[in-house]
Design a protein around this ligand. Structure first.
Ligand code: ZN
Ligand code: ZN
Ligand code: FE
Length: 764
């Protein structure tokens, strides 16, 4: 090459550019452009030094941003002029620095190229269930430690054949440095077992499909854990699955073979289609048009959770079966999703009729991510497979923050690391009161500390002393000598949202509308319907829902009728029964031990006061006869209440009393009971309840924000996952001129608590 007209440039690319095939991508561009130099990973991302004609370098820069690898997310590309002599070729240089090569990326659903290969009879990976490449395949689910290479994944037991190794070593190949690379000759294999443990001969996919058509329930080993699957259009087998799994009412997720199939029973908007087809392949909550065709899948709800195939195995299964399948987590009631073969054989015995297994171990359990499109953009309900452990970028003022580990809440538990401007939330782990889940949580904390070479200087926990996450955090702080910081639950909800929106800590004054079930307040009572004014550093409780007794404590969370009685007592005092005349509620309440409940409330016996928004929804649901006796899953009453409302929330609704910074419900109950007496449709009553709440919240928030001189509002808490509420409050506050922030990257529920805790503690 002549050096005439040759110039040098140093290009830095920031964003998610490590572990996603970015260096071979640059290598290919450089070879196409016939320029020389090298590319390497550095602490900031990818650094390229390149020499060539100006026009060629311009084109390379253009191509770099135009068509990056599927899993890459470019945040910035900057370049400077480079002095020195051009080398005579272009190379990928091994990285030198300390925490390079440690990048673990989320698991990614099958890419279009791999999908084409498994469908092509002439391809060597035709119908191969473990096909993957740099753009797709298992990642966090198979990682055992760092640095991220095959020897520290569950692929280490498979030696690559010559063909696979050639691909792995060729920078021009799509499988260059694809750690889980495999083929039918050298990689994992699939088989099917029956109840007796007999392995059937023949093609396991054919066998599985034959069984599914025969109304059988099959345990399928997926990416992050086992699923239980059956024909979604066969109401009998769906009922049988519920019976065997003792899952009475909780909605079951579906998997469909493609978008067209989903459109047969759901309305799918553009953003929803994008989300379904993304590398996350999450469960997306969609409006169910054809409830008659899917009996028993999501009883009492007008939404259904649907996903597309997440791996070649699922593509093969769905393509051959044809119709949609139920794809629900493979576990016995109240235990975490099963991940290994032996455990699947025992734990799922009595539930499954057959097991579709393989010999690639799942190292890290990852539940399916659950998302929905609200206000035209995705929101997360559960951050799991495909999302974890992607980092969330924080405001640049976090650059100097000490390494911080936040332990999360207890029920929808996650933990979170803060390392400079990056927050790394764990995947959804679940209810720590389950011993296996708690063990898994502690293991994952250790794994993440290893993966990110992370020694916390600060450990953040919830104010609640009895949360198991609090206890483990206290112990970790003691063992590591880290500073322990206790964070109020609803403050963490608020700041989680500020953090993910990169709100500047120096200018973060915000009004938070935080509605959830329960969290411990700074005054020792239980909170859950909170209007806070605060920032990363602190908060004031500006207004709240009226405290109402929780008769029986935990029992009140399970049994909505208890909240109905407690709310009526709070609204009307000892005369509450009089108000039920003619409403149809006198009979059902009389069948309950209400005298006892009244005594508990009057004498404050196991009936703590709580300003909980969740329990208000439970009480209203019970008044409409929705899950009056007992909830079969968390949030059931509130979800079914929301589902009763056809269309959007009305502009007005039941009156709410706002006095002394307290929202209370006597006028609402008067109007609601009147409507019951006049036989008003329950859908209309549910709509009026939502409407009244929206108006009251918007009014209070507007007043608080105006007095405080801030234009920023955050909506958070598990109850804020109610679409009618979010959209209603959002619209009213926007029209009042406020900047309204909702969660986008972590859940509004307690799954988002750890991010808020971490951000508060890191800056304190
Ligand atoms: Zn691929
Ligand atoms: Zn091979
Ligand atoms: Fe909460």
């Amino acid at each position: 090459m002549t050096t005439v007209g040759v110039v040098g440039r140093q290009i830095t690319v920031r964003g998610r550019v490590q572990g996603v095939g970015f260096r071979p991508f640059v290598w290919r561009l450089a070879h196409e452009a016939a320029v020389t130099g090298h590319v390497l990973n550095d602490g900031a991302g990818v650094r390229i030094e390149v020499w060539g004609k100006s026009a060629d370098l311009d084109r390379l820069l253009h191509e770099l941003e135009r068509d990056p690898p599927l899993l890459a997310r470019i945040e910035a590309v900057v370049w400077t002029v480079l002095e020195g002599l051009p080398p005579d070729q272009f190379q990928i240089v091994q990285s030198g620095g300390g925490d390079i090569n440690t990048q673990v990326t989320p698991d990614a659903a099958t890419c279009p190229d791999c999908l084409r290969e498994i469908c092509d009879p002439a391809d060597r990976r035709y119908r191969y269930a473990f096909t993957n490449c740099t753009h797709c395949g298992p990642r966090l689910s198979i990682v055992e430690g760092i640095p991220y290479d095959r020897a520290r994944t569950s692929m280490r037991t498979f030696d690559m054949c010559d063909d696979c190794r050639r691909e792995y070593e060729d920078p021009a190949d799509r499988r260059f440095h694809a750690q889980p690379n495999a083929c039918p000759v050298c990689g994992p294999r699939l088989w099917i077992e029956d109840v007796q443990g007999e392995v059937a001969g023949g093609d396991p996919i054919h066998d599985a499909v034959r069984r599914l058509r025969d109304s059988q329930i099959i345990a399928v080993k997926g990416i992050g854990g086992f699923h239980l699957t059956c024909d979604a259009t066969n109401a009998d087998v769906v009922a049988e699955l519920r019976r065997r799994k003792r899952r009475v009412a909780k909605p079951l997720a579906l998997m469909a073979k493609d978008l067209d199939q989903i459109r047969e029973f759901c309305d799918v908007t553009g953003p929803e289609a994008d989300l379904l087809s993304s590398s996350i392949a999450p469960i997306v909550l969609l409006r169910n048009r054809d409830r008659a065709g899917l009996i028993g899948v999501a009883p009492g709800l007008n939404c259904v959770g649907v996903m597309l195939p997440q791996s070649p195995l699922h593509h093969l299964l769905l393509a051959e079966f044809g119709g949609p399948l139920v794809m629900t987590s493979g576990n016995a009631a109240n235990t975490p999703q099963v991940t290994d073969n032996a455990q699947a054989r025992t734990d799922l015995a009595g539930i499954a009729d057959a097991w579709l297994l393989h010999d690639r171990d799942i190292v890290n359990r990852l539940d399916d991510s659950i998302m929905r499109v609200d206000l035209a953009a995705p929101v997360v309900f559960r951050r799991g497979r495909g999302m974890a452990p992607a980092a969330i970028r924080l405001h640049e003022r976090f650059a100097e923050a000490p390494p911080t580990l936040a332990m999360g809440a207890e029920l929808k538990s996650t933990f979170c690391l803060i390392k400079g401007v990056q927050a790394i939330p764990s995947q959804h782990i679940g209810d720590l009161k389950n011993a296996e889940t708690y063990a898994d949580y502690r293991e994952k904390v250790t794994l993440f500390r290893d993966l990110y070479q992370f020694d916390p200087a600060v450990v953040a926990v919830d104010l609640h002393p009895d949360y198991l996450s609090t206890k483990w955090g206290e112990r970790l702080a003691q063992d590591t000598g880290a500073t322990l910081i206790r964070v109020q639950h609803h403050h963490a909800h608020l700041v989680g949202c500020l953090a993910e929106h990169q709100v500047d800590p120096e200018d973060a004054k915000t009004v938070g509308v935080i509605l959830d079930g329960t969290g411990l307040g700074t005054d020792g009572t239980i909170w859950g319907g909170e209007i806070l004014l605060g920032d990363y550093a602190g908060f004031e409780r500006k207004a709240h829902f009226a405290p109402v007794a929780l008769p029986g404590g935990e029992q009140a969370v399970l049994e909505p009728w208890r909240n109905l009685v407690a709310h009526l007592v709070a609204a009307f005092g000892i005369d509450w029964r009089v108000h039920l005349v003619g409403t149809g509620l006198a009979g059902p309440t009389d069948e309950k031990p209400v005298d006892l409940i009244e005594r508990m409330i009057a004498q404050r016996l196991n009936a703590p006061l709580a300003s909980s928004a969740g329990r208000l929804f439970d009480a209203v649901a019970a008044a409409l006869g929705i899950v009056f006796d007992r909830q079969h899953y968390e949030g059931q009453a509130a979800m079914e209440l929301e589902a009763l409302v056809a269309g959007s929330v009305p502009a007005t609704g039941y009156p709410v009393c706002v006095a002394d910074n307290t929202l209370s419900w006597r006028p609402m109950w008067m109007a609601l009971l009147d409507d019951l007496r006049s036989g008003v449709d329950h859908g209309v009553i549910a709509a009026r309840f939502h409407g009244g709440l929206v108006v009251a919240l918007a009014d209070v928030v507007t007043q608080v924000a105006t007095e405080a001189g801030t234009g920023r509002i955050v909506l958070s808490g598990g109850v804020m996952q109610n679409r009618l509420l979010v959209e209603g409050v959002y619209a009213r506050l926007r029209s009042n001129g406020f900047n309204v922030l909702a969660h986008r990257q972590v859940p509004a529920n307690d799954g988002g608590i750890s991010l808020g805790q971490a951000a508060i503690a890191a800056l304190s």
